[in-house]
Design a protein around this ligand. Structure first.
Ligand code: GPP
Ligand code: MG
Length: 289
């Protein structure tokens, strides 16, 4: 009887390592205003950073509405980042199926569905995020096409070859890339597209700087070197088609965030790491051959 119950539990929740349990625990509790208040602007809740030039005028004007203006501007930059990722998903049609791997509160899945009118599955190991994202899909009226699941990105359980595109928006630093890309090589249809936007440490700097180590400790993650992305893609039939260094484009976002009441305390580490050359913000898009 005990064994049977154990099996039933295992079927309902993904098998995850103790490390992943600690990560899930972080995201189950996370309620940072920098994420929730930005999402409230238009119902697209993101868990990634922003790109593009800042409209500095948001810092001027009446003090009592300054927060509102800064929140809208930070959100605009995060939405620009999500759009930039979607730009690299390739020729997606409404018959295709996409995977948002490490979907957070589901903003990126909703962005892709809005653009391509296609089916999107989002996965997370955080029950809270899956429930939140599911509610958002219903609120947006797309609950039939955008679905969220409690699954482990290293072992998703989805059918082989069933996805036209898969992406990670700032979530690859929580997993081993050789295991991750082997799973994507299995999930992607031949000719399908993989896209990641990620922070990686710069091999030319050496090993992780103090600031990179501080970022790792802050989020309980393990930022990979740039080289590992390309090595593990090459090992898993993923051939890069675009590599874009977004480091300069994300610095204005961090400078604005550092001056906002929503800052979480990690802003100076990002700014220093980007500026001292130890850390880079990259988009990598690859074809599954
Ligand atoms: C942002 O999520 C991304 C991560 C936590 C992963 C780490 C990313 C790196 C590039 C190192 P978030 O939007 O929840 O973070 P925050 O609460 O700081 O805005
Ligand atoms: Mg955020």
């Amino acid at each position: 009887m005990t064994t049977t119950m154990h099996r039933a539990d295992a079927a309902a929740a993904p098998v995850i390592s103790p490390y992943q349990e600690s990560v899930a625990d972080y995201w189950n509790r996370e309620k940072n205003p920098v994420n929730l208040r930005l999402g409230e602007v238009d119902g697209f809740y993101h868990h990634h950073y922003g790109i593009g030039d800042v409209d500095g005028s948001v810092l001027e004007g009446p003090q009592d509405t300054r927060d509102e203006r800064v929140i809208a501007e930070l959100h605009r930059l995060e939405c620009a980042q999500a759009d930039f990722l979607a730009d690299h998903l390739g020729a997606v049609t409404s018959d295709d199926r996409l995977l948002d791997s490490g979907c957070g509160r589901g903003g990126g899945s909703l962005v892709a569905n809005k653009r391509f009118d296609c089916r999107v599955d989002g996965i997370s190991i955080s029950e809270t995020q899956v429930a939140f994202a599911t509610t958002q899909a219903a609120k947006h009226g797309v609950g039939d096409k955008v679905r969220f699941h409690l699954r482990n990105m290293l072992d998703t359980g989805f059918e082989t070859g069933s996805f036209r595109a898969v992406w990670n928006n700032e979530s690859t630093m929580y997993v081993d890339l050789s295991t991750l890309f082997a799973e994507y090589a299995r999930l992607l249809a031949r000719g399908g597209r993989y896209v990641t936007i990620t922070g990686c440490y710069n091999d030319t700097y050496g090993l992780p700087s103090r600031e990179v180590s501080t970022i790792n400790a802050h989020y309980i993650c393990d930022i990979h070197p740039r080289s590992t992305y390309f090595k593990e893609m090459a090992n898993n039939r993923l051939v890069p088609i675009s590599v874009v260094d977004l480091t300069a484009a994300t610095i204005p976002y961090w400078e604005l965030r550092a001056q906002s009441s929503l800052r979480t305390g990690i802003e100076d580490s990002f700014l220093t790491a980007y500026k001292n050359g130890s850390f880079q913000y990259l988009l990598i898009a690859a074809d599954r051959i």
